[in-house]
Each structure stands twice: as structure tokens, then as C-alpha cells.
Design a protein around this ligand. Structure first.
Ligand code: SF4
Length: 347
């Protein structure tokens, strides 16, 4: 119901100023450019809906070059929905370790379980795809178009940048109304004859030519019709949410060659991953800090201070002392994995 109401709202909104003839020539130019210049990426050699879903979830918030080795390893360890559905959660988390946004790994396994229960095949309609766990509008459009040829236009950050520049659209993309308008424009622009190539082409254009800074307009297949080309870096307009600085402190507790670590319980960020325990910073002197690691997560810029502690563990502690080998076999939150790599050099 929600999706239908969004669609009908989007249909009521005036779309692009292009007529059908212009749209056809833009689509042809974009698809022609893509076929000649596209990057050779492993997920472009398959039409397997499972592999395409894995790639799409991994690519959300993550660079292509980071994703490639994870994607290849994932498909070796979990080659099908069935294997993924039956895997232990700790194996799934370990395979995702370092990619971040771990909810994607859990969603992927939850999705595998639902698909296996339903007979092992992904549904081939937008409505049924959107009912699956972890599948939002973007993933439904990407998987639906690339794996099944459904006429669904993708709208991600790259596509929004390309469209706002093409049309010199100065509306704030953080506003839901602007997203609805852009979705309507993307729907109108989509090639019904080959939605897979069209979607991949416009995302590729955003990733390799219509870059956030210094777009490469001279080699762009859309340059003749781009209305925002002369001020490209002014698009898209987006109200910024402020970055919030945060400091946290963790403790290193040693027992011989073992280190005390905890598994993050359900309901907390990094749930299911391992980490070093929190330390009450009110008990800390600045000179106790043995190292600092900085990392970003959502809107937070975090400084993680580390102290060497000697306190006794409370009876309710849920962690255990682990050797280097045991820590290597478990999935750790990324900043805590960095800390493990530093352990040999710490005082
Ligand atoms: Fe982007 Fe430049 Fe192409 Fe316009 S001409 S779509 S600004 S790369």
C-alpha cells in the first residue's frame, strides 16, 4: 500500500522537460557509452539473482574496489541461498568483517531463509520483492531490473547527482518531495527496452564521469544536453546534517597471551560482533592512554581511547579471554580489529 501511494504521488509530479524524442536520444547515448566504457566488474558477468543481490547489498555505502574481494570470497563460501540460509551466524559475520554496516549481512541471511522457505527462488515482481526482509526500493529496482529485466528505475546517490545536474535542479535532495520528484524523472528516463543496461549505465556515469568533484564533462555522453554542466559542482543541493564528535574508552585486559573480549549483545550497534570492553573513563588518567583510534560511524566521528586495565571482572561479564588465533577466527568490529593489529606494538 505504501509503495502504491508513493508511486501515485510520483506520477502526479511533473517530470523532466524532455520530450520522447529527446529521451530516446539520451537513452541511446547513455547505453552506447556504457557498452564501450563499462568497468569489468565480477557481478557484471552473471544474471544470477542471488549473486546480484549480494553485490547490491555489499555496494550500499561501500566503494567498488573494497567490495570486489568480499563479493568473490562470499560467493565461494556461500554460493547459493540454501548454503547461506544454513550457515552459522558467526560464519556469516566473519565473512562480512571489515565491510561495515553489519545489518546488511544479517538482512542477507534473513532474506536467504525466507527465500529457501518459499521454494528457493526470488520473486519476479516489484511488489513481492519489496515484501522481502532488507529489500527497499533501491534494491528491489536494482535486482528486479538487472536479474529479471523489470522496468524499475534505480535512484541512488550517483543517479541523483546525474539527474540534478542534467536538469540543473536546485531542490534539496534531503527532502522526501525532491526524492519523489527525482524518482518520477528516473522512471521517465528509464529505457523500458533494456532497464538493466540503463540502470547500470546511469550509475556507472555517476561513479566514473559525473563525479562529485571535478566531473569529467568533456567525455560525458550527455554533455550536449546537460543544463547544469557549467556549475556542476553546485549540484545536488543537500542540507548537511552536522557531524557529532564522540569519545569512547576501551580497556585492554591481559592474562598471559590472552586478551579479554566481549560479544556485543542483541539490540546494540555491532550486535553479534566481538570487541574490547568499555572502560569507565571517569576512572581514567590521560597518561593511562596507550593508543587512540579514530573512526566514523553514521553521523559520529569517534575517538576511541584505549587503556591498559587491571580491574577484576564482575561476575556478570559475558566475554572471555582469547588468544591471537581465536581473535583472528572471530568477527570483530572494524576499530577493534585495528586495535588487535596494534596489540604487538603496545606497551
Ligand atoms: Fe555530469 Fe558533466 Fe555529464 Fe552533466 S555533462 S551529466 S555535469 S559529467
Amino acid at each position: 500500500m505504501k509503495m502504491k501511494s508513493l508511486q501515485s504521488r510520483s506520477e502526479r509530479i511533473a517530470s523532466s522537460p524532455w520530450n520522447e524524442k529527446k529521451l530516446r536520444s539520451l537513452r541511446t547515448a547513455l547505453a552506447g557509452w556504457y557498452k564501450i566504457t563499462k568497468r569489468d566488474l565480477p557481478w557484471r558477468h552473471t544474471t544470477d539473482p542471488y549473486a546480484i543481490t549480494v553485490s547490491e547489498l555489499m555496494l550500499q555505502q561501500t566503494q567498488v574496489v573494497t567490495v570486489i574481494p568480499y563479493y568473490e570470497r562470499w560467493l565461494r563460501v556461500f554460493p547459493t541461498w540454501h548454503v547461506l540460509a544454513k550457515a552459522e551466524e558467526k560464519t556469516v559475520m566473519k565473512a562480512w568483517e571489515g565491510l561495515g554496516y553489519y545489518r546488511r549481512a544479517r538482512n542477507l541471511q534473513a532474506l536467504a531463509k525466507v527465500i529457501v522457505e518459499d521454494g528457493g527462488a526470488m520473486p519476479r515482481s516489484e511488489e513481492r520483492l519489496r515484501e522481502l526482509p532488507g529489500i527497499g526500493p533501491y534494491t528491489a529496482a536494482a535486482v528486479g531490473s538487472i536479474a529479471f529485466g523489470l522496468p524499475l528505475a534505480v535512484l541512488d546517490g550517483n543517479v541523483m547527482r546525474v539527474l540534478t545536474r542534467l536538469l540543473a535542479l536546485r531542490e534539496d535532495i534531503a527532502r522526501p518531495q525532491t526524492r519523489i520528484k527525482l524518482q518520477a524523472i528516473a522512471d521517465q528516463f528509464l529505457s523500458r527496452a533494456d532497464p538493466s543496461t540503463h540502470n547500470q549505465a546511469i550509475m556507472e556515469l555517476g561513479a566514473t564521469v559525473c563525479l562529485p568533484r571535478k566531473p569529467r564533462c568533456l567525455i560525458c555522453p550527455m554533455k550536449k544536453d546537460c543544463m547544469g554542466r557549467d556549475q556542476a559542482e553546485e549540484f545536488p543541493v543537500k542540507t548537511r546534517t552536522g557531524i557529532v564528535k564522540r569519545v569512547e574508552t576501551v580497556a585492554i585486559l591481559r592474562r598471559g597471551k590472552r586478551f579479554y573480549c566481549e560479544q556485543v549483545p542483541a539490540g546494540k550497534p555491532w550486535h553479534g560482533l566481538w570487541r574490547f570492553p568499555d572502560f569507565d573513563s571517569t576512572r581514567m588518567e590521560e597518561d593511562q592512554i596507550i593508543t587512540q583510534i579514530r573512526y566514523g560511524i553514521t553521523k559520529y566521528s569517534v575517538t576511541m581511547k584505549t587503556v591498559s586495565a587491571r580491574w577484576k571482572l564482575r561476575a556478570c561479564q559475558t566475554g572471555c579471554y582469547l588468544t591471537a588465533g581465536e581473535m583472528a577466527a572471530l568477527a570483530f568490529a572494524a576499530p577493534h580489529r585495528k586495535l588487535i593489529n596494534l596489540l604487538g606494538n603496545l606497551p
